[in-house]
Design a protein around this ligand. Structure first.
Ligand code: CTP
Length: 417
């Protein structure tokens, strides 16, 4: 981005505050003017001198300093963008209520700039109905929520609640500003697909899974698959352009998801299952494009597995992962639409469809998108060829083209329901 922006970075009091330093540094290195507003609690985790040195500006904390210049209004009005990282459960609650009991709350209220927040808290706090409702309120008001990621938390526990990595926050935040400027343009204008300019998913909440899960074997190795996440991210792009509110559960993507999508990073199949359970409750449409590991190692070694000195074989014992899609369809809400994917290696087209029909029946979803994959097909490619079946087994759509145009064709089928 070539324009120099004035960016307010709000830092609130969570352990992830130390990672805010990375956010501030990345924004400064991109050439932006960064002004940190830290809460008192934030300064218990990271020192003011650090924040001042990295941001290259004085750090504002106190509402009652600089009163003559009406500092909260001045900071808020001058901002092109406000990023709060980490955003604690407490801060999220205050933002949702519009409270202004500290400098950050005042700054946000006095500003019309886009607001981007990166939540960070323990899983229980993130899942608490109060936090869920507060996040929904902020989202409705147009606040961009980045994350949280699923992974190791402060203690020994893990789950959704980890702050997304600084670079991803910066990218999401900066593209929020870019998107405001380009809001009226369709990101798919080059695909030549007229359907992409329609806002036919306005008011619709779509949950998309993308990428490939990874099952750890030891601290340095995992069992994974070759999914790049391109098709799932293309669906996220298309859905966003067509007006949907999109949540993307991202399992190791090779491509950047679009800004404006709520991205939650996941690692293993069981983490994905937990995130799907959480996020599907409020979704009108669920699109399961992720390649999920069917098996995980029975044992995850605490230390790196060592090579046998005598040349013996290594036998890994695996146990089955839950079938997330089947579980989802079993508990689906009336009116909810669930789309599964199947990447198959059957070379014969009619055999491919038969495998797809059997899978559709087994998974119980409304649609199944089948594509042929092989050593040199499907994964990481820019184009895709798919056949879409509907419940009962009839073919409702066949498409070949860029992953974005295929994404739009899939959405066309769903929209026609
Ligand atoms: N899927 C899932 N949970 C799993 C495996 C797959 O939710 N444990 C979902 C995928 O996201 C996809 C669909 O189910 O939408 C089909 O995935 P696929 O791997 O093709 O199906 P499997 O059930 O693994 O069937 P098989 O191994 O027999 O091909």
């Amino acid at each position: 981005m070539s324009t120099r922006l004035t960016i307010v970075v709000g830092v609130t009091g969570g352990i992830a505050a130390y990672k805010a330093v990375g956010v501030i540094r990345a924004l400064v290195l991109e050439g932006h003017s960064v002004h940190v507003v830290a809460t008192d609690a934030a300064l218990r985790f990271v020192g003011k001198p650090t924040l001042e040195a990295i941001s290259r500006n004085p750090v504002a904390t106190d509402l009652y300093e600089g009163v003559a210049e009406v500092r909260h209004v001045a900071i808020g009005q001058s901002a092109d963008l406000i990023v709060i990282a980490p955003a604690t459960a407490n801060t999220i609650a205050k933002l949702a209520a519009g409270l202004a009991d500290d400098l950050l709350g005042n700054t946000v209220l006095a500003s019309t700039a886009p607001l981007v927040i990166a939540p960070a808290m323990h899983t229980e706090m993130w899942r608490n109905p109060a936090t869920v409702a507060n996040i929904a309120t902020l989202r409705e008001r147009g606040v961009t929520i980045v994350g949280p990621a699923v992974g190791q938390l402060t203690g020994t526990d893990s789950g959704p609640g980890r702050m997304v990595e600084p670079q991803a926050i910066v990218e999401a935040a900066l593209s929020t500003v870019g998107r405001r400027v380009a809001d009226t343009q369709s990101p798919d204008a080059s695909s030549g697909d007229a359907s992409s300019v329609r806002r036919d998913f306005e008011g619709c909440r779509i949950l998309i899974t993308a990428g490939g899960t990874r099952e750890p074997l030891d601290p340095v190795r995992f069992l994974g698959n070759r999914s790049s996440g391109r098709q799932g991210v293309a669906i996220a792009n298309a859905a966003l352009a067509r007006g949907a509110t999109v949540t993307l559960l991202a399992a190791h993507l090779d491509v950047e998801p679009p800004a404006g999508v709520d991205v939650l990073e996941v690692g293993t199949a069981r983490q994905l299952e937990s995130a799907v359970k959480d996020a599907s409750a409020s979704a009108d449409i669920v699109i399961m494009a992720a390649a999920v590991a069917d098996y995980r190692p029975l044992e995850v070694r605490e230390e790196k597995i060592k090579k046998s000195k005598t040349g013996e074989r290594l036998i890994l014992e695996l146990e089955q992962n839950p079938d997330i899609l089947a579980g989802l369809t079993a508990s689906k809400r009336a009116g909810q639409v669930i789309v599964g994917f199947a990447a198959e290696t059957e070379a014969d087209p009619s055999a491919l469809i038969e495998v797809g029909r059997e899978k559709l029946e087994r998974k119980g979803c409304d649609y199944l998108v089948i594509n042929h994959v092989g050593w040199s097909e499907g994964f990481a490619a820019e184009r895709n060829e798919v056949v879409m079946l509907q419940s009962g087994g009839d073919i409702v759509m066949e498409a070949f083209g860029s992953k974005l145009s295929v994404a739009n064709r899939i959405l066309d089928v769903i929209a026609s329901r």
